[in-house]
Ligand binder design. Structure first.
Ligand SMILES: NC(=O)c1ccc[n+]([C@@H]2O[C@H](COP(=O)([O-])OP(=O)(O)OC[C@H]3O[C@@H](n4cnc5c(N)ncnc54)[C@H](O)[C@@H]3O)[C@@H](O)[C@H]2O)c1
Length: 246
């Protein structure tokens, strides 16, 4: 059987657990060899999922130096990179913006937004030289709507969406397609940082009346990263069960 991603190499940041792990599994199932970048490279979640990545690299996506090093090591191990999924992210504090800790603001922006810039800055020259590639950035409904009490996270994710639009226009003739997904709530360990009230309020906003499943994110990202997605770039694909119809 000819798998859609056969012969391709993908990097998934934050792939040790949660949504990233689900994306990594979907890409591998569709034929790609997959490198996982994470701070937590000994995650039991990988073993629990019975998933064997083709390469694992300890990378702090908030550090350009670490991203450059991780990219070089990945190319060394797997030969080339065709797909980059910028997924690693943190929620940060839940607090009114006027009380939001300044240090946490900088950390959230570094992990959720600077990381996307760093990953692209390092991967794009490689992809352009190879004659193409796919980048998928994991944004959030928070970046489209702005969610109360997570202003740092919302601002970072809005930044990811705008960055993706700019980069897509710059790359449109290079066969490097760059898109976002904007998920609503998925039940992952990110929930540990959120209050029950915040989780309940988020569910109430989803017309389908349920949380998003990780497999649904994996399937969509794998399609966006595949040759079948050929005429869409700079777009934010919706994963909100009807909450955002724009
Ligand atoms: N869970 C949700 O409801 C939801 C909704 C919308 C968007 N998202 C986004 O999806 C992405 C994944 O979220 P998740 O729910 O799977 O989170 P998670 O906390 O379960 O997993 C995040 C992974 O990223 C890694 N990570 C964190 N900081 C890192 C760093 N500096 N360098 C490298 N790796 C790092 C963690 O070790 C972990 O493996 C995030 O970008 C998040 O904002 C999540």
């Amino acid at each position: 059987m000819n798998l859609p991603l056969a012969g391709q190499v993908a990097i998934v940041t934050g792939g040790a657990r949660g949504i990233g792990l689900g994306i990594a599994q979907a890409l591998q199932r569709d034929g790609a060899r997959v490198a996982i970048w994470d701070l937590d490279v000994n995650a039991t979640s990988l073993r629990d999922a019975g998933f064997s990545p083709d390469h694992v690299e300890r990378v702090d996506v908030a550090s350009l130096e670490s991203v450059e090093h991780g990219f070089a090591r990945t190319v060394e191990a797997l030969g080339h990179v065709d797909i980059l999924v910028n997924n690693a992210g943190i929620n940060g504090p839940v607090a009114p913006c006027w009380e939001y800790p300044v240090d946490a603001w900088h950390t959230v922006l570094a992990v959720d937004l600077n990381s996307v810039f760093y990953g692209c800055r390092v991967a794009i020259p490689h992809m352009r030289a190879r004659g193409g590639g796919r980048i998928v950035n994991v944004a959030s409904i928070a970046g489209k709507e702005g969610v109360q009490f997570i202003s740092g996270y919302s601002a970072a994710k809005a930044g990811v969406i705008a960055f993706t639009k700019s980069a897509a226009k710059e790359l449109a003739k290079d066969k490097v397609l760059i898109n976002c997904v904007a998920p609503a709530m998925v039940e992952t360990e990110l929930f540990a940082e959120m209050s029950d009230a915040h989780i309940d309020a988020s569910k109430a906003k989803i017309p389908m009346g349920r949380f998003l499943q990780i497999e649904e994110v994996g399937a969509m990202v794998s399609w966006i990263a595949s040759p079948a997605c050929s005429f869409t770039t700079g777009f934010t694909f919706d994963l909100t069960g009807g909450r955002a119809t724009y």
